[in-house]
Design a protein around this ligand. Sequence first.
Ligand code: TPP
Ligand code: SF4
Ligand code: MG
Length: 315
Amino acid sequence: MSNIEQPVYLEEKLEEIYDSGRLDYRSKSFPTWCPGCGYFSIVEGMTTAMNNLSIDPDETVVVSGIGCASRFPFFVNTYGFHTLHGRALPVATGIKVANEKLTVIAVGGDGDAFAIGGAHIPHAARRNVDMTYILFDNGIYGLTKGQTSPTSVLGFKTSTSPFENHDAPLNPLMMLLSYGAAWVGQAYAGHPHHLAKMIEQALAHRGFSYLHVLSPCVTFDKTTKTYKNLGMSVRELPEGHDTGDIMAAMAQARITDTLALGCYFKELRPTLGDGLSDITRRAQGKEKDNLRKHDKPKKSRTNSATKVPRRRAAV
Ligand SMILES: Cc1ncc(C[n+]2csc(CCOP(=O)(O)OP(=O)(O)O)c2C)c(N)n1
Ligand code: SF4
Ligand SMILES: [Mg+2]
């Protein structure tokens, strides 16, 4: 039966949304993004995923940098930290280290993450900080009115590239895979149900999970990463893709004329928190050993043959 024969009534839909409980995860602030911005899908995806996983909003912190994407913490009903441009990851790492029980989610745009904040990503990934990093990639600086970003495509005309962009874009998925991120996936704002599932998987993963979300900036990009263009270029990962095979993940990430959606790679390995607990335990043990050692009466390490005569010692 086609959709036309099955109308969706607004009241029924609203009731379904209220009953689902996911509105509990929305804050009272309405998003200030431009109508049609892909970021709305990410809020919906996040609230759906948190609701499905029964994540306690009082035990959750969403951390962002600066940019349109970084307005995100205002729109979810959790603790939030709108930090400085590019600095979401070190702040999020500090929060997680201070309180391992918290669910920590960092968010940001392509400029925030890969330009000013680029040097923080490898370290959060290699240390396997148990957090989720959601990257909103519109291939442009949206907040500052449409300059090129590190993921802008070649040939893109913007306010900073009136004669077209000549800088090759970064490949964020390749970067994250080689940095050692323990979970790497990609989603598209134009496929909101799949996006919600991917956020759920990323949140459920223990370790550093990185979700790259392709998201059109409808105001400043009318030609490259539009719904029409992205809609035509996204694809599924090949059937039987092995998420434990880093080389298979990289092979998929290298194909950039079409963009595969799904989980590219995942592995379980000790997190930063595990490492710190181990260090703390061992340091405490060593401290006790030392105390015991110091409590013992000291034995003289000299013998009669090596004993320094009193008189010489006094010189
Ligand atoms: C230290 C510093 N440098 C530059 C800026 C200006 N600035 C604010 S947002 C932004 C880029 C945002 O782009 P992106 O992270 O892609 O987010 P979007 O707006 O596209 O969501 C820049 C350069 C700033 N706020 N602080
Ligand atoms: S400027 Fe672009 S990224 Fe920012 S809210 Fe508007 S559409 Fe979204
Ligand atoms: Mg951007």
